[in-house]
Write a protein that binds this ligand. Sequence first.
Ligand code: HEC
Length: 129
Amino acid sequence: MKKICVCLCVISLFVASCSKTNEEVESKSSTPPTGGTTNPCDTVNMKYAANVQPILQANCYSCHGNGNVEGGVSLDTYNKVQQRASTGLLLNVITHASGYPAMPYQKPKLSDCDINKIRDWINRGSQNN
Ligand code: HEC
């Protein structure tokens, strides 16, 4: 009797996982693997051009780049980003600190990995590197 029960459970799990939409499957696979011996998120010695700018381009330029200046804010050059990084504003909006508008605006928070990359760059003096 127990065996049948386990069997049914496995089958229903299988069916459930098959009925998931593509979107759900995709977002599942984008979560970094856990329990591995190597850290899948490299946050050491982050550079503006190689590490930070691509994150902003992918997540912020739709409102703060390519001519978009939502909230009067543009982040499309190093100087404009550095200006906000140096005051703490940049980190506060992406970490959803209270008292600051949470960014990306009305979209999911950046991944911890991306936030930590930006944090490392800021901790190193937000250089134009
Ligand atoms: C969908 C559009 C949209 C996206 C995407 C977006 N923002 Fe914004 N951003 C806004 C709007 C609208 C405001 C003005 C919000 C307000 O003042 O309440 C704003 C304001 C800001 C401000 C100024 C906050 C202040 O208090 O002066 C910063 C800094 C900022 N965004 C950074 C970012 C960063 C970094 C990202 C990407 C991680 C991002 N935004 C993504 C729409 C967006």
